[in-house]
Write a protein that binds this ligand. Structure first.
Ligand SMILES: Nc1ncnc2c1ncn2[C@@H]1O[C@H](COP(=O)(O)OP(=O)(O)OP(=O)(O)O)[C@@H](O)[C@H]1O
Length: 335
């Protein structure tokens, strides 16, 4: 666990970037620091690996004060990923990933084998190993940045806006890759972003900062969306907060009805709604894995507003009548 205990950072010019911050980032989880520009997220992150030293207060890593650990030793146990990856331009991809293992004195063969393994783990083609960073796309470079941070298998990973410089589609796939990796690796991750959607998607815990380095709220994403602590947090969360809450409610409990004859099915899979002799679009969701938001989206995509429930193979399980969906959504609104 990483624990901030009354931590303040005052820069030499008097700027108080972080003010009396106390919070905990639980081991094996993702804690996201989110907030507007200049609110002290990066400063807070860098105090963990002592790239910046706190002015007052204490940060502990599994109970040990980071100030008592020599910075080089401390950083060996902490992977660090930054925006635009920060790769070494004159080193090949495989050598970039193996940077920390080389520093730790691993033999070259073992370090390279580890790097090749990680290249695949982050979803990159091993053929890219011999290239240089400038020969990779921005999204590929970010993946290499993540692989490099994981190379020595550190228990802690600090990520500072790692996906901000890529387009939205690449960003989504990088986020999903991180969640997939985390479900295997269970690192203690502290992730900085100014994007609230990214924060609620990735965070087990979300810490919202306000300018002046104050903690406005810290909670799990569902609670954050349903119970913002004050007007600042409410405004920061944005207008479609209600809809986004539905992302955290599983669709598994929504009652299904048998599909009506107007749903055309081929080989068990939906084809469309038949209406006035024409085939009309349908929307589907999987109750086992999807959220209520996906069910609602499926209803909105169906010409008649009825969502089609399918299993993992895409076969029809039933449909969700409007009343059932309305009841489920109202249940969330009340709860
Ligand atoms: N070396 C420094 N000297 C003086 N002030 C600094 C220094 N570094 C950062 N600051 C100030 O500290 C405050 C917090 O900066 P920080 O970079 O931690 O914010 P941030 O939330 O990460 O912002 P952004 O999202 O824009 O990266 C800002 O007002 C910034 O101008």
């Amino acid at each position: 666990m990483i624990k901030f205990d009354g931590v303040t950072k005052r820069y030499a010019d008097g700027t108080v970037a972080v003010d009396n911050l106390s919070l905990e980032a639980a081991s094996g989880t993702i804690t996201v620091f989110v907030g507007p520009s200049g609110c002290g997220k990066t400063t807070s992150l860098r105090m963990i690996n002592r790239m910046i030293d706190a002015t007052t207060g204490r940060i502990t890593l599994d109970g040990q004060d980071v100030k008592a650990i020599e910075p080089a030793t401390l950083r060996r146990g902490i992977g660090y990923v930054i925006q635009q990856a920060g790769l070494f331009p004159h080193r090949t991809i495989v050598d970039n990933i193996a940077t920390v293992p080389y520093l730790l004195g691993w033999d070259r063969k073992k370090a390279r084998a580890r790097a090749m393994d990680l290249l695949e783990r982050v979803g990159l083609d091993p053929k890219l190993a011999k290239r240089y960073p400038f020969q990779l796309s921005g999204g590929q470079q970010q993946r290499v940045g993540v692989a490099r941070a994981l190379a020595a298998d550190p228990p802690v990973l600090l990520m500072d806006e790692p996906f901000s410089a890529v387009d939205p589609i690449v960003r989504t796939s990088l986020q999903e890759e991180l969640l997939r990796l985390q479900s295997e690796l269970h690192k203690t991750i502290v992730f900085v972003t100014h994007d609230i959607d990214e924060a609620v998607k990735l965070g087990d815990t979300v810490a919202v900062f306000r300018v002046g380095g104050h903690l406005a709220q810290i909670s799990d994403p569902a609670t954050l969306l349903s119970k913002p602590a004050d007007d600042f947090v409410r405004e920061f969360l944005g207008r479609d907060r209600g809809i986004r809450r539905l992302s955290f409610v599983p669709a598994a409990d929504v009652p299904l009805s048998p599909p009506p004859d107007t749903l055309v099915v081929n080989d068990g899979k939906p084809v469309g709604w038949e209406s006035d002799g024409e085939m009309r679009p349908y929307g589907s969701f999987n109750p086992a894995t999807d959220s209520l938001r996906a069910a609602l989206d499926a209803a909105l995509l169906s010409v008649n507003g009825v969502a089609v429930a399918v299993d993992g193979d895409g076969k029809v399980l039933g449909v969700v009548a409007r009343e059932a969906l309305d009841a489920a959504v109202s249940g969330v609104a009340r709860g």
